[in-house]
Design a protein around this ligand. Structure first.
Ligand code: MLY
Length: 265
């Protein structure tokens, strides 16, 4: 039996088409990932994007790196493509006349930063410049259409790449809906976002593509009722799921349960 997710079958089942390659800001052939765990590089702090910090490669997955900022905790890891403009070889910042900054939430006294920086770089294995690939050019204009299929990063669980459908298009933005997840993980992003990939991306990079959520039938309807008045209406129209993935985040009271983004798989 073929329990494994297969795009060809799935596109037929859902009578849908894959978004064309040229819609995406991704290279046609995914860049090779030569990075090794433990290597250091410079990375823009995702929580404070004006800062360039030192990061360590914690893991690699497909064309992406799992990164942790030196001096930060282990609760704020983030993932970047090897051709992301958010990462660069060590020394780049200084060459450009900039200064390396402590990460947001630097665990030590701010005054210890200069010494921390020296120590963290001393004897470190620095990722060679050749490992960093040039970011692909922006696709213009937005050529996504409602109903097109793609692979997208689950922003609440950013290590996951999942089958998704374009639910709406507005100007340079697209609404990414996650197949079988009843709207709980959907988001708007720019059409040139690095978080969305063409169908087949994961099989090229060797990344594990998540299967759609339980209620796959919803995918068809969500693609067809794209112009429904609101997300709330659409959600209430859907039948309950066997194992509800997660309550809608916006209705969540703070201090109860797991914070968004920390939910276990
Ligand atoms: N088990 C977690 C993660 C769900 C992931 C959903 N993605 C794949 C769209 C949860 O239910 O919150």
């Amino acid at each position: 039996k073929s329990e494994q997710f297969n795009w060809d079958d799935y596109l037929k089942e859902t009578e849908s088409v894959a978004a064309p390659l040229h819609c995406f800001r991704q290279s046609r052939i995914p860049p090779t990932n030569d990075f090794k765990v433990g290597m250091k590089l410079e990375a823009r702090d995702p929580r404070n994007v004006t800062s360039v910090c030192i990061a360590t490669v914690i893991g690699t997955t497909g064309a992406r790196l799992r990164l942790r900022l030196d001096g930060s905790d282990n609760k704020n890891d983030f993932w970047r493509l090897v051709d992301s403009s958010d990462i660069q070889p060590i020394g780049t910042c200084e060459k450009k006349g900039g200064m390396l900054q402590p990460p947001l939430g630097f665990q030590m006294n701010a005054s210890s930063w200069p010494m921390f920086l020296l120590r963290t770089l001393n004897g470190a294995e620095m990722a060679p410049a050749a490992f960093f690939k040039k970011e692909p050019p922006k696709p213009v204009p937005n050529c996504f259409k409602v109903g097109m299929k793609l692979e997208a990063i689950d922003r609440k669980n950013p290590y996951l790449i999942c089958p998704a459908t374009i639910g709406d298009v507005k100007g340079d933005e697209v609404f990414v809906t996650f197949d079988g997840w009843r709207g709980a993980f959907d988001y708007w992003c720019r059409c040139d976002s690095r978080d969305i990939f063409p169908v087949g991306w994961c099989s090229l990079t060797g990344d594990a593509l998540q299967p759609p959520g339980n209620n796959v039938s919803i995918t068809k309807s969500s693609a067809k009722i794209q112009s429904s008045p609101s997300k709330v209406t659409r959600r209430s129209m859907q039948s309950p799921q066997k194992s509800a993935p997660v309550p809608a985040q916006r209705g969540r009271k703070p201090g109860r349960g797991k914070p968004p983004g920390q939910s276990a798989v």
